[in-house]
Design a protein around this ligand. Sequence first.
Ligand SMILES: *Cc1c(COP(=O)(O)O)cnc(C)c1O
Length: 421
Amino acid sequence: MPHSYEATHEYARDQDNTDTLFSFRERFLFPQHNGGDVRYFCGNSLGLQPKSVSYLMDRELRDWAKYGVEGHFKAGFPWFSYHHFFAERLGKITGAGKDEVVAMNSLTVNLHLLMLSFYRPQGKRYKILMEAGAFPSDQYAVETQVRMHGYDPDDAIIEITPRNDAYLIADEDITNAILEAGDTLALVLIGGVNYYTGQYFDLENITKAAHKSGAYAGFDLAHAVGNIPLHLHDWNVDFACWCSYKYLNSGPGGVGGAFVHERHGNDPKLFRLGGWWGNDENTRFKMQKGFAPQKGAASWQMSNAPVFNMVAHNASLDIFDKAGITALREKSIALTGYMEFLLQQITHLPFEIITPANPARRGCQLSMLFKERGKEVHEALTQNGIIADWREPNVIRIAPVPLYNTFEDCYRFYEILTGIR
Ligand SMILES: *Cc1c(COP(=O)(O)O)cnc(C)c1O
């Protein structure tokens, strides 16, 4: 991919014409504006619907009608085994073995369930370290877990802030703080990619530092999964969780996911809350006393799979599997680089890009921080058929997603911005 970008329509079209992933956009449904597809830059908030979802959903409804309870074993994707169908494809996206990942519940629920296993404060080791400005749901989860164990959040939560008046947090400030906290630290919990700035943290080194301090390392990968290739197993991450409705295009409230490293997942002594679906499958229907967790992340499941809430996930993971996360990332770096280049040509609007300039430290999101007129600009974009995301107090987030965004989309965005006076 060339990086001698040009701010012309012709250049953008040329890039699309040589893009081997271009046809993947055909697999998605776009909202309409004045009789055409919108330019959709909100895949970081809610991914588009794969066209195959309605067929697959219909098929599931037909199987239910046709088989009733026997669908547990006779459906096209038998419901008894439904969660198994996701593990291998999720593993490729997250860099995990198929027993280390599971599609279940929703993100914040999974965060709580995993914290019940991995936040077990004892003696002077009771602190949790996180980045300042984490997504509110994560902040609430951490605050209430800390309270549940009888600690004061102001004392038990260490928040790492940017230096001076910067927007980004230096990775070494995180790792240094982890080492400094030492044996007071029970857990490091970081959002893999910050939802507001788009900063991608150095998960491998954070994990190393956490382990040096004797703490667990867990990550909320809501904005990382399906965006940046991950290597959770090799990085030795203890646990992670994510949602599927952002880059993974699995629909509003779509099923979440969790990773538990095999050294924990295969340790039956590690505490986890029990339910029949987490139990050993061989004895699940014996209806006996005594929770015997199965191996792996799947043992954190409690209930049987919410099949209708997983159909879109199934459809979307197939598309990811065909495109390949490595190829997607390669296009993503070029596409986001192009959008950044175009934004740098604009001098008449009062914004700066606060997302890291280094492609290795970001995914596809760019956050435009406005000194003024931000809301007005967002309004004008919307009226011109651009879907971008407004975040209080003054940021427009845009995500050129490699699966369905084009270089021409980026150019169109630039053209419209140029016209806003
Ligand atoms: C999107 C997002 C959530 C949303 O949580 P749900 O439980 O899926 O509603 C939580 N945390 C982060 C970091 C997010 O980006």
